[in-house]
Design a protein around this ligand. Structure first.
Ligand SMILES: Nc1ncnc2c1ncn2[C@@H]1O[C@H](COP(=O)(O)OP(=O)(O)OP(=O)(O)O)[C@@H](O)[C@H]1O
Ligand SMILES: [Mg+2]
Length: 589
């Protein structure tokens, strides 16, 4: 269907526009509003009236101007060229917009999501004459140094492959294959389009089995996320949501990162833009921008585009999942997205539910997180989308609707704690309020990658942290001297664990990222101190003597001084610790 007039503007209310005289508009159809042709989407149809949500500033738009329908839903373009690009919430490439209209983006500027002037070297892999169906690989393109882009048959296409292009340079909109079916012939290009609000199909959901290793110790060791899993990071103002998201975007072991800056300050996105190209992926030695797509919809950009941005992002993520990749989506912050929903709902005069949010907030939150998962793709490969959403509850109060609804739909929760942040204990992820429901899924991975006993060790340290809370209450009442050494030692070990393990400095070259193997070694040496130390105390060794051991200094410093590859050095600390405790004990036998 081509562009046609679907009605005329009746009323303008910020980004919400009422259209009259509507004849053949479709729900969720992409429309162009007024002579300025602002991009919008039909969000309500009622007789000959429609409500359109406009993704650009509507200043100057007047009643009676025409509204044009595009005939298709709001979609994104998927194909080579996404990686390394910065988009706004409706997939307009910001750099090209900037070239076209300067730093204040003009309204109605249209430029496709994928560059039509650029060519890519396509290498065919499919054989002419074979039957193909959705998801099958037609050929490959090296999209960036890190990413081999698999050009797929779009999900809805099936038939006999009648032609496929030879190896060569092609633009994304050139035909590279033809599929013949009973219904006719269809030319396929390297790019395809997909409506952002509709999940891309997969063959089936896989059970989750591998962790998304983030290099952040409190996360990986205590509250791990699975590849294909969902997590919320709630935290009050300035508690470290963005820093945590950035750290994961930089160091996690996903193949592709989609980072959605949603309604946050512009300077936070700038830091991603300036830092990422210079940072190197520890696994491949290549620039981190080589695997990243950025979607920037900062607080000064139109509110409805913010509403769309998370769908734009997750659709791109699903597209790379369909190619067999593990993708991590970061959304900072889903609260700003929910606020956009609230504003739009208010303008449509819908009946508000809790705190003014629309009654469909929980459904929308659930729909977003349901797009995560580890999937068997249509071609039988497997890929995953993990979703990491920041939540910014006003006043840091986790009982507000967005945090509460999010908590219902995610299976992992990294609660940021104001007191920890104030004490500059970073990442300020609370070990008492956070949880992960992925342990059963991913424990076997840890046991086979880092050695048996991981689950037991993890449980042991968490148990100590919980015992410490109770002991600290006693200390508050009667002072530390009232406790026997065996109990004071619990507090001692927990303090060591917090300093030497949980605290992690994002600005330190070594500390900012810790491999699974080093995390395990660090955990074990601290537990060795606990196990051997408790035995020594039972034999009569005093806490003061234990505390003076030089090996403890080495334990505190191992996070910054010992390189990831050098787990042998941690084993040496362990041996030294064992010798020192042995010497202390020998006095008592
Ligand atoms: N892992 C870390 N290592 C070192 N410093 C950190 C770490 N995490 C947070 N910080 C410190 O906390 C400050 C605030 O963090 P951040 O901007 O991530 O908070 P936020 O929760 O996103 O805040 P806002 O609510 O304003 O978006 C950072 O500028 C940094 O100084
Ligand atoms: Mg932030």
């Amino acid at each position: 269907m081509s562009e046609r007039v679907i009605g005329r503007i009746r009323r303008v209310n910020g980004p919400v526009i009422e259209v009259k005289g509507v004849t053949d508009a479709m729900m969720l159809e992409l429309v162009y509003v007024g002579e300025a042709r602002l991009v919008g989407e039909v969000i309500k149809l009622d007789g000959n009236r429609a409500v359109v949500q406009v993704y650009e500033d509507t200043t100057g738009i007047t009643p009676n101007e025409n509204v044009f329908g595009s005939g298709s839903p709001l979609s994104v373009e998927l194909g080579p060229g996404l990686i390394g690009t910065i988009y706004d919430g409706i997939q307009r490439p910001l750099e090209r917009l900037y070239d076209m209209s300067g730093s204040f983006i003009e309204r109605g500027v249209r430029t496709p999501g994928l560059d039509r002037s650029r060519t890519w070297r396509f290498e065919p892999q499919a054989t002419v004459g074979t039957e193909v169906s959705g998801g099958e690989v037609l050929g490959v393109v090296r999209e960036s140094e890190q990413v081999v882009h698999r050009v797929l048959v779009p999900p809805e296409v099936a038939g006999k492959l009648a032609a496929v292009a030879d190896t060569g340079e092609y633009r994304v909109d050139e035909t590279i294959a033809t599929v013949r079916a009973d219904t006719g012939e269809r030319d396929l290009r390297m790019m395809q389009e997909w409506p952002i609000r509709k999940p891309r199909p997969a063959a089936e959901r896989n059970a989750l089995s591998a962790p998304l290793v983030t290099g952040q110790r409190v996360i990986d060791t205590l509250f791990p996320l699975a590849k294909g899993g969902t997590v919320a990071i709630p935290g009050g103002f300035g508690t470290g949501k963005t820093m945590t998201q950035h750290a994961i975007a930089k160091w996690c072991d996903a193949d592709i990162i989609v980072y959605i800056g949603c309604g946050e300050r512009g300077n936070e996105m700038t830091s991603v833009l300036t830092e990422f190209p210079d940072l190197v992926d520890p696994r491949t030695g290549l620039s981190l921008m080589e695997r990243t797509i950025l979607i920037a919809n900062t607080s000064n950009m139109p509110v409805s585009a913010r509403e769309a941005s998370i769908y734009t992002g997750v659709t791109m993520a699903e597209y790379y999942r369909d190619q067999g990749y593990d993708v991590a989506v970061m959304a900072d912050s889903t609260s700003r997205w929910a606020e956009a929903l609230r504003e739009l709902s208010g303008r449509m005069e819908e009946m508000p539910a809790e705190e003014g949010f629309p009654a469909y907030l929980p459904t929308r939150v659930a729909e977003f997180y349901e797009r995560a998962g580890s999937m068997r793709t249509l071609s039988g490969d497997s890929g995953s989308v993990s979703i990491i959403g920041a939540v910014s509850p006003p006043g840091g109060d986790f009982s507000e609707p967005v945090t509460q609804h999010t908590k219902r739909f995610v299976r992992c929760f990294w609660a940021l704690d104001r007191q920890l942040a104030n004490a500059r204990h970073y990442p300020a992820i609370s070990w008492l309020d956070s949880y992960s429901e992925y342990l059963d899924d991913i424990s076997p991975w840890w046991e086979s990658e880092t050695g048996a006993g991981w689950s037991t060790s993890r449980a042991e340290i968490l148990d100590l942290l919980q015992r410490e809370v109770r002991l600290q209450q006693v200390v508050k009442l009667v002072g530390p001297d009232a406790l026997p050494d065996s109990q004071r030692f619990v507090i001692e070990v927990c303090t060591l664990f917090k300093n030497a393990f949980l605290q992690q400095n994002a600005f330190d070259e070594v500390d900012r990222y810790t491999t699974a193997a080093k995390q395990r070694a660090m955990l074990e040496v601290i537990l060795a101190y606990w196990r051997r130390g408790s035995a020594a105390i039972r034999k009569g060794v005093t806490l003061i003597k234990l505390r003076r051991m030089k090996a403890l200094q080495d334990i505190v410093r191992m996070k910054t001084r010992i390189a990831n590859e050098d787990t042998r050095s941690i084993e040496r600390i362990s041996a030294r610790l064992e010798r020192s405790i042995g010497q202390l004990e020998s006095i008592y036998v």
